[in-house]
Design a protein around this ligand. Structure first.
Ligand SMILES: [Zn+2]
Length: 207
């Protein structure tokens, strides 16, 4: 999907038992097998796995400690969202798919070094209710209560960032959704997909 190439970024998850799964450092994703993923306590004590854990593990564990509803973190170097982070402090809700996936605008964190706990501190401080932040001059932290939710967040963030970059290349005036339109989009999205109830008509009225 172009979110992270070769060995860039990492994926981590909190298991229902409370243990944390973290991808290994510097391994190409296509070469990785299940046994390469480390199992550790939230304090970083390795329970299973022979590999060196991601260099960002301290930051990831900080996020899991400080954000109990978050059970999955995907860290990427996705280019369009990262580009937006070089020129602004926030990616506004310019398309409905962004708040559907990230739950709101996406803030840009001040720069922090890779492999530092500061990456985690900045993520917690800037995420608010959103399921993603952009790390200035680095990449993205996408969050979710599930791995699927975190993946949706980074994919739709990248799509929205690409749209934003294209729109900005044509004009400095880029349209944004109002807070009411954002709430409406998030409300409608709850009915999206198979096996869901019909969308209540008053939810789609003009706001
Ligand atoms: Zn990184």
């Amino acid at each position: 999907m172009g979110l992270s190439r070769f060995q860039g970024g990492n994926v981590s998850m909190r298991m229902p038992s409370g243990e944390i799964l973290v991808t290994p450092s510097g391994m190409i994703y296509e070469d990785m097998v299940a046994a390469d993923v480390l199992v550790m306590t939230i304090d970083g004590r390795i329970i299973e796995g022979e590999r060196a854990a991601s260099v960002d593990t301290e930051a990831l564990l900080y996020i899991f400690k400080k954000m109990p509803p978050i059970n999955a973190v995907i860290h990427t170097h996705q280019p369009f969202a990262t580009a937006v982070g070089l020129v602004t402090d926030e990616l506004p809700c310019i398309v409905t798919t962004l708040p559907n996936a990230t739950k709101g605008p996406v803030k840009v964190c001040p720069f922090s070094s890779a492999a530092s706990v500061e990456m985690g501190i900045q993520t917690v401080e800037n995420a608010g209710d959103s399921l993603a932040v952009i790390l200035k001059c680095h990449g993205v932290m996408a969050l979710g209560s599930t791995l699927k939710e975190a993946l949706y967040s980074c994919i739709y963030l990248e799509e929205a960032a690409k749209t934003y970059v294209y729109a900005h290349s044509m004009s400095d005036k880029v349209a944004c959704l109002s807070p009411e339109q954002v709430d409406q989009a998030v409300g409608i999205f709850k009915y999206y997909g198979q096996g869901k109830a019909a969308i209540p008509q008053d939810l789609t009225k003009k706001v």
